[in-house]
Design a binder for this molecule. Structure first.
Ligand code: UD1
Length: 389
């Protein structure tokens, strides 16, 4: 009988992770049902990604939309339950750490539908982040844990997760990047945005800790405005951030920061690949810049992706004007770093996931998890942000 796998996605960063998995499952002849929760619904945050990444239109749309965490998560749960009861998939896949991920996992676990978590085992250790709660709960409920990097095995082992649930498959975000890069490089996005041939900076900020407090947001915009005097700053603005910026009142016209609508995947990749520096609080961009060898400043006190600091190009900086400006100027003044090579960030993670799902192949992370002092090694790898007093 044909195997039925159901993927639940809802927010922008889920779509890049779904695309290569969908292609690999379909290639294997698996029946792949796609459910979109509707957590992200603006065309620029959702439809554009399905089109560009060649993901078929979702089979089911739950239309959950925006709301508080409880409302959004509960909306996913209420609307997914009857569908899972009806479809009874052999496996449900969830992606990343958004509210749709944890909502879907809770429903499937109680219906005893097997769960696979793509991008499992990442931990920031910061329980003030809703995503950290989503990660821990989703991993605890999942039968198959697909790890993007070895440090994830240490995190899961420290929580008592048995090794046989873990599969160190690599990073599906990088699968999509490898797939899309040749096309993105032909777009010439920098020239179209008027910054061709010059070093420029790309910015994205959307985390509540950076944009919800007007004082913090003002300080960050001020730093970016000053940076723009040295190099053009392009800032595609997430709807949440746009609402907050509008709440600040009219922006000073001399800010010099180019505020753009959210960009599609290919255009964003084209811009990032040609940039001299990325300033962000996104998880995916920490990984993409590391793969591309583009310097990245992450405006956060911690990261669930420490490998991007220890092996990649990422640097943590607290959301404060002076440290951010100093770090950005330093990064712009340096020669580009060599392009790092990170284990299993090679464009084949989805292929490995499908080998696990369809053929029971194992991709052990045991050698990392079974090493004598995983906790000590983890502590040594925790990056410290600039600006911490
Ligand atoms: C969510 C994820 C976050 C991820 C981010 C990527 C959670 C807890 N957070 O945060 O991990 O990094 O997606 O984008 O799941 N909005 C729109 N149109 C949309 C979507 C959102 O206008 O299509 C606005 C609404 O005002 C909404 C706000 O953005 O209330 C926040 O959206 P939400 O999905 O709750 O969280 P994100 O900040 O996008």
């Amino acid at each position: 009988m044909t195997m039925r796998v159901l993927s639940v996605v809802g927010a922008r960063p889920n779509f890049m992770k779904l695309a290569p998995v969908d292609r690999a499952l379909v290639k294997r002849g698996v029946e792949h049902v796609i459910v979109h929760t509707g957590q992200h619904y603006d065309p620029g945050m959702s439809d554009a990604f399905f089109e560009e990444l060649w993901i078929p239109a979702p089979d089911h749309h739950l239309g959950v939309g925006s709301g508080s965490h409880a409302r959004q998560t509960a909306g996913v749960m209420q609307r997914l339950e009857p569908l899972l009861l009806d479809l009874r998939p052999d496996l449900m896949l969830v992606y990343g750490d958004v509210n749709s991920t944890v909502g879907a996992a809770l429903v499937a676990a109680k219906l005893q539908v097997a769960i696979g978590h793509v991008e499992a085992g990442l931990r920031s250790g910061d329980w003030t982040m809703p995503e950290e709660i989503n990660r821990v709960v989703t991993d605890r409920l999942s039968n198959l844990l697909f790890l993007p990097s070895r440090d994830a095995a240490d995190n899961l082992s420290a929580e008592g997760v048995p090794n046989d649930r873990m599969h160190f498959v690599g990073n599906v975000m990088i699968d999509t990047l490898c797939w899309a890069l040749p096309q993105a490089l032909t777009l010439g996005a920098a020239a179209r945005h008027g910054v061709g041939g010059r070093p420029y900076v790309v910015v994205t900020l959307h985390r509540p800790t950076n944009v919800d407090d007007p004082a913090v947001l003002r300080e960050l915009l001020d730093a970016l405005g000053r940076l723009a005097a040295k190099a053009p700053v392009l800032f595609p603005v997430h709807p949440r951030t746009r609402n907050r910026i509008m709440g600040l009142g009219p922006l000073r016209a001399d800010g010099g920061v180019e505020l753009l609508e959210p960009l599609g995947y290919l255009e964003m990749l084209s811009l990032v690949a040609g940039s001299a520096l990325v300033i962000t609080d996104s998880g995916g961009l920490q990984e993409e810049t590391s793969y591309l060898g583009i310097p990245c400043i992450t405006v956060r006190p911690n990261t669930e992706r420490p490998i991007t600091c220890t092996h990649g190009t990422n640097r943590l900086v607290l959301p404060r004007r002076e440290p951010l400006l100093a770090a950005a100027e330093r990064a712009l003044g340096r020669r580009s770093p060599a392009r790092p090579v990170i284990e299993r960030w090679d464009g084949r993670a989805a292929e490995r996931i499908v080998a696990v799902v369809c053929d029971d192949v194992r991709f052990d992370a045991d050698d990392a998890a079974a090493s004598p002092a995983p906790l000590a090694r983890r502590a040594a790898a925790i990056p410290v942000p600039l600006g911490a007093s």
